[in-house]
Design a binder for this molecule. Structure first.
Ligand SMILES: [Zn+2]
Length: 268
């Protein structure tokens, strides 16, 4: 049984017959679980753990990042998409995913089958690469091959260091968030927030700036942001406390989507 803080959104959603529930046809998903491993960096003798993602430090000593990237590279590191990632892919397959905003850099949504155009990866991703000096794009597959082989990719234009297009400290965020968010907010008629502390802007701002008549679902261990904090929010918010994978399974059970969810998850 779902834990319902206010019964508005879920009751409305689930009391409709299957052919009608898709009136929520423009979901925005916010998913920003941080999966980075900071626990085995001692061997690199870093001045501080975040130095591995620091642009100045990368220019000074790129080897720690190259070594870490070999462990983290999406699809090769043993880190696989979860049911929650498959759920986002399922929403796209059902034609109801407007956009997935995330600050993850692990690219697991795309590995789960979500189209890159449905993604706004605010801190970048590993699929493309470029020179840290002259910014010339570098072939993403070649960058992957070099880094997994333990060698440094170098720019064909200026000889500078190349890295995947994930955002390092000292770099500005991709402009895609700013280009997409306003029109997405106009179109969205439901917001699902999963697996987040809602502490890091700009993604953390989305629940606050989405239209006040948009129902908001929170699949999360903790109550975060301003969910269920005001009388108006209590009328539109639903919080299901617990593990996201368990919750999306329950959600799909209620919608009769479980077989479809499992099919997507098994394909990964
Ligand atoms: Zn260059």
């Amino acid at each position: 049984m779902l834990c319902i803080y206010t019964n508005f959104a879920l009751i409305s959603l689930f009391s409709l017959s299957p052919e009608n529930y898709l009136w929520f046809d423009s979901f925005i998903i916010v998913l920003q679980t941080i999966n980075c491993r900071y626990d085995n960096l001692q061997k690199y003798d870093l001045p501080f753990p975040e130095a591995v993602f620091d642009l100045s430090f990368y220019r000074y000593n790129p080897q720690p990042f190259v070594s870490l990237a070999r462990e983290l590279w999406p699809g090769t590191s043993g880190i696989k998409p979860t049911l929650s990632h498959s759920f986002i892919s399922l929403l796209e397959a059902k034609g109801v995913l407007l956009r997935n905003y995330t600050q993850n850099i692990d690219g697991l949504e795309v590995l789960a089958g979500v189209s890159p155009e449905k993604m706004v990866e605010c801190h970048g991703h590993f699929r493309t690469a470029g020179c840290v000096d002259c910014k010339t794009p570098y072939d993403g597959d070649l960058c992957k091959k070099k880094i997994l082989g333990g060698t440094l990719p170098l720019c064909g234009n200026c000889g500078g260091l190349v890295k995947p297009d994930i955002v390092f400290f000292g770099e500005s965020l991709p402009t895609r968030f700013g280009r997409m968010i306003q029109s997405d907010l106009r179109e969205a008629d439901m917001l699902i927030v999963m697996g987040t502390s809602l502490k890091v802007a700009p993604v953390s701002l989305i629940p606050e700036i989405v239209d006040e008549d948009v129902p908001r679902l929170l699949f999360n261990r903790d109550l975060v942001g301003d969910f269920c904090q005001t009388r108006d929010n209590l009328l539109r918010d639903v919080w299901e406390s617990g593990d996201c994978d368990v919750t999306v399974k329950k959600f799909c059970d209620l919608l009769g989507w479980t077989d479809d969810l499992m099919k997507i998850n098994q394909q990964e």
